[in-house]
Design a binder for this molecule. Structure first.
Ligand SMILES: Nc1ncnc2c1ncn2[C@@H]1O[C@H](COP(=O)(O)OP(=O)(O)OP(=O)(O)O)[C@@H](O)[C@H]1O
Length: 299
């Protein structure tokens, strides 16, 4: 039974989309649950501190904000022993994992879905002491995020992500990639490696439209050369029902695994759910069904 609820909200996320409706959100939550605590972040790091202080005392923890806020809260929540049910109240531009879970992008509708408390156990990606819900990537992905300035992000929102992808594809440099997994080994040049958990990236179902967040596996995509014809291939793959199991052709390699070791030369920045934290090498593994999360409308 969910009685105690904490909502950690970043009031500045997504042009204050959630903050404007906070009174409504708070009164609806207090109508339903016995004890409701609203915690507003003021700066980076507050979300983490709130989780450490309150998460183990509540039955349901709601992260309200954009992907940055969710990332910070989730990273503090995953290592805890007694984890409450976790939900995302989307308030940013992309809100990728909330989309994977079929949560509405309209705050009040999303709140009603959270109140319904449909729950599922979802996989979490781990590398070092960091965790991700959507994806882990090196190559083009990092460059896209690195070069996307804030102003551009605000104006174009998720579209800019893809504008940038195609623009940058032609400026990208290949790197030597060594990848080891039980299913597949690779030791050649590459321009992009994406390890996916969720199905959304940059607000759209891009690389792995059919990713299953409960299968205990990552979807892994290696693109050797990110030229126009390969970009076209990604986009085509995007609308396919599924990638063939272990498809390996000359330019695009796709497989599933629950653990992989990656090293590169030169070292590459790692983009983890849109955040930059480390550089390669890295070992990435699945924590199967690690978080108990609220979902909405799923096909
Ligand atoms: N009150 C605050 N004011 C400014 N920044 C904050 C505040 N609280 C938290 N932050 C930091 O702001 C960063 C960005 O937040 P978030 O990604 O949620 O919003 P956004 O950038 O509007 O959304 P999106 O990334 O989807 O566009 C987070 O890393 C978070 O740590």
């Amino acid at each position: 039974m969910v009685k105690k609820v904490a909502l950690i909200i970043n009031p500045n996320a997504g042009k204050q989309k959630l903050a404007q409706q906070l009174d409504k959100i708070q009164s609806r939550l207090t109508e339903i649950f016995e004890e409701v605590t609203i915690l507003q972040t003021k700066k980076e790091g507050d979300g983490e501190r709130f989780v450490e202080k309150h998460a183990e005392e509540v039955d349901l923890l709601i992260a309200g904000g954009g992907d940055g806020t969710v990332f910070e809260i989730m990273n503090a929540l995953v290592p805890l022993k007694n984890r409450p049910v976790f939900a995302i109240l989307p308030g940013g531009t992309c809100n990728d994992f909330s989309r994977t879970l079929g949560i509405s992008q309209k705050p009040i509708e999303a709140l009603e879905q959270i109140i319904m408390q449909k729950r599922m156990q979802v996989d979490v990606g781990k590398y070092g002491e960091n965790y991700f819900l959507n994806f882990w990537g090196i190559g083009i992905i990092s460059k896209v995020a690195e070069e996307m300035d804030e102003a551009n992000k605000q104006v174009f929102g998720r579209v800019s992500y893809y504008l940038n992808t195609s623009r940058l594809a032609f400026q990208n440099e290949a790197f030597a990639l060594k990848l080891h997994s039980e299913e597949f080994d690779y030791d050649e040049k590459a321009e992009l490696l994406v390890v996916g958990n969720g199905s959304f990236l940059g607000g759209i179902q891009s690389f792995f439209p059919n990713a299953d967040v409960q299968d205990g596996k990552f979807d892994v995509l290696i693109v050797k050369e990110a030229k126009l014809k390969y970009l076209k291939k990604w986009l085509e793959a995007k609308i396919q029902d599924d990638y063939p199991e272990n498809e390996k052709d000359d330019d695009i390699i796709y497989f599933r695994t629950n653990r992989l070791e990656v090293s590169t030369s030169p070292e590459q920045n790692i983009d983890c759910d849109g955040e930059f934290l480390n550089k390669t090498p890295a070992t990435i593994e699945v924590l199967p069904k690690h978080l108990d999360m609220i979902y909405g409308e799923m096909e």
